[in-house]
Design a protein around this ligand. Structure first.
Ligand SMILES: [Zn+2]
Length: 553
């Protein structure tokens, strides 16, 4: 059911109430909450968030690698805190831990990857320089000798009236495709904003669903919003996958450099620039190339295991079978023993900071004199850095049916930078909850900052996205750019410095003296949203026509 009349009426009352209050007196944070909830929320202490971060990002935790000792210690620490708060276990068999089975795949050096045009000589590509490949079928060895079909962007999106496949049978073929989504026409898709159809994960999934045995993405730095270096770094060494579950997989999930694609096109008597231009049209049809992919892919395959950590605060009323979920991933990149110097990826900000917030939220919810009507779940998930696997597993094995989860609020990488004047809640505007979010932001005196880089598709890159895919309304809460006592330029400079010098690097380390006011502020704001979602009469849904609306159970 979509927003009903009583909900709208209640909403208008809430908004009207908030603005009337603004006129008569200074609003105070969370003034729309009942007194017991305000008291609980005000109990959030930045010092507590800081000590969690200090421990979780300690060298002793060795970068909290998925399936590694440090990651397991982090999970035990978080479970212990949940127990100390008196929250109920919501993992496997009455414990806080939910086992997440994983399979680690490492491409072997004797892999061969050769493009073979019908006319001209075979092009044997050089691993990492020319191409990267993973065998998603999780076999120690796979062989491919199959014709290549160019499928443009490789997108079939009925809600945008777009279909690159046009019903062409691609079973057993290898699909060559562009990254991102058509961008010529701002009326297509969401204009410049990347939709899930533009993400490489979607393209592999769609190709496999259509029976293809391989997919080759053509890397373009401008279109992908990141360089080949990033593709190369995130596609070398071991990568984790969920175990095979019957969904179709590709023997070759690969990327090639733009120059390689150009050579292949030329050798096939085609012009890559024209091929790319043709793909911008709704009338595009797949183009079989006079060329094959001949590949022998060998991999090291090993099972490993990690855990999500889940606690529950039971709801207090008739809606207690429904729930609201908070999430924050605890895993990070681990340790690289072969790297000289500091080789521990401490992940203080990514994402011990989110875990600190999650734990502090769990504590104050547990201590609140009044409990929300719906149950509240606190889930610290694993393997986020492995393509959101922990949250993906949780979204498929939730503690209560997905149809009863009203909302997921996620925290990832909340930097201690002082007193925030803005929030970012990208994705919230797609849900029926948004008017509440706007009203709450006004009450907290936060400006809502729109996603500064919608073309980069950040919405698809943290754990809330796993829930969105499963149809559960979900978004992350973070601070924006503007902080008290600083101008925007300062905020942007902090951002840039972080991305350049610390993000996914061993220098993402705890530093004494950081101002955790911002993290406490994001926790309080999230508390207020979660409380609202846990108490309002109806479950939250996606707005009609949203790309995730169809998946809502
Ligand atoms: Zn993260």
């Amino acid at each position: 059911m979509k927003t009903s009349k009583p909900v709208i009426a209640a909403l208008l009352l809430l908004i009207a109430g908030a603005s009337a209050q603004e006129k008569s007196r200074t609003p105070h944070d969370g003034s729309f909450l009942p007194p017991a909830a305000i008291a609980a929320m005000q109990g959030i202490r930045k010092e507590n968030i800081e000590v969690h971060v200090r421990f979780l990002s300690h060298d002793l935790l060795e970068g909290r690698g998925t399936g590694a000792r440090g990651g397991d210690i982090a999970a035990q620490y978080i479970a212990t805190q949940f127990a100390l708060y008196g929250l109920k276990p919501a993992g496997d068999n009455g414990t806080y831990l939910q086992k997440v089975p994983l399979v680690g795949i490492t491409p072997d050096a004797d892999t061969r990857f050769t493009l073979v045009p019908s006319a001209g000589s075979p092009m044997e590509l050089k691993a990492l320089d020319d191409y990267v490949v993973y065998d998603q079928t999780q076999q120690p060895a796979s062989d491919i000798d199959a014709p290549i079909v160019y499928v443009g962007y490789g997108i079939e999106a009925p809600e945008y009236n777009w279909d690159d496949y046009k019903g062409v049978d691609v079973k057993g073929k290898v699909l060559l495709m562009l990254v991102n989504q058509p961008t010529n026409d701002p009326n297509l898709f969401h204009g410049k904003a990347l939709t899930y159809y533009g993400r490489w994960t979607y393209k592999y999934e769609e190709a496999a669903r259509k029976g293809a045995i391989g997919a080759i993405l053509i890397h373009q730095t401008d279109m992908a919003a990141y360089g080949w270096q990033v593709v190369r770094n995130s596609n070398s060494g071991e990568k984790d996958y969920l175990p095979l579950d019957g969904t179709p997989k590709l023997k070759a999930a690969s990327w090639i450099q733009l120059d390689v694609a150009r050579k292949l096109a030329t050798a096939s008597g085609l012009d890559l620039d024209k091929m790319m231009a043709d793909a911008q049209s709704r009338d595009f049809k797949p183009v079989p190339l006079p060329a094959r992919l001949s590949a022998h892919i060998t991999s090291k395959v090993r099972p490993l295991e990690s855990n999500n950590v889940i606690a529950m605060l039971p709801g207090s009323g008739a809606l207690k079978d429904e729930g609201v979920m908070y999430t924050a991933h605890y895993d990070h990149l681990g340790i690289r023993p072969d790297m000289p110097g500091d080789n521990i990826y401490n992940g203080a900000l990514d994402n011990a900071s989110g875990c600190g917030i999650l734990l502090e939220l769990a504590r104050v919810f547990a201590e609140s004199r009044q409990k929300p009507r719906r149950s509240v779940f606190f889930a610290s998930v694993t393997a986020e850095e492995q393509n959101l696997l922990g949250s993906q597993y949780l979204s498929k094995h939730p503690p209560i049916p997905a149809s009863k989860i009203s909302l997921d609020l996620n925290y990832d990488d909340v930097r201690p930078q002082g007193s925030p004047e803005e929030i970012e809640v990208t994705g919230a505007e797609r849900t029926t909850f948004y008017p509440f979010v706007e009203a709450a932001a006004r009450d907290f005196r936060f400006k809502i900052r729109p996603d500064a880089h919608p073309e980069a598709g950040h919405y698809y890159r943290s754990d809330h996205f796993s829930f969105a895919r499963a149809g559960i309304p979900a978004f992350s809460i973070n601070e924006g750019i503007k902080f008290k006592g600083h101008d925007e330029a300062w905020g942007l400079a902090q951002d840039e410095d972080y991305v350049k010098h610390h993000y996914h690097q061993p220098s993402d380390e705890y530093q004494p003296g950081w101002d955790w006011t911002s993290d406490a502020a994001m926790a309080r704001f999230g508390f207020a949203l979660g409380w609202q979602a846990a108490n309002q009469p109806h479950l939250i849904s996606w707005k009609t026509g949203d790309e995730f609306d169809r998946a809502r159970p």
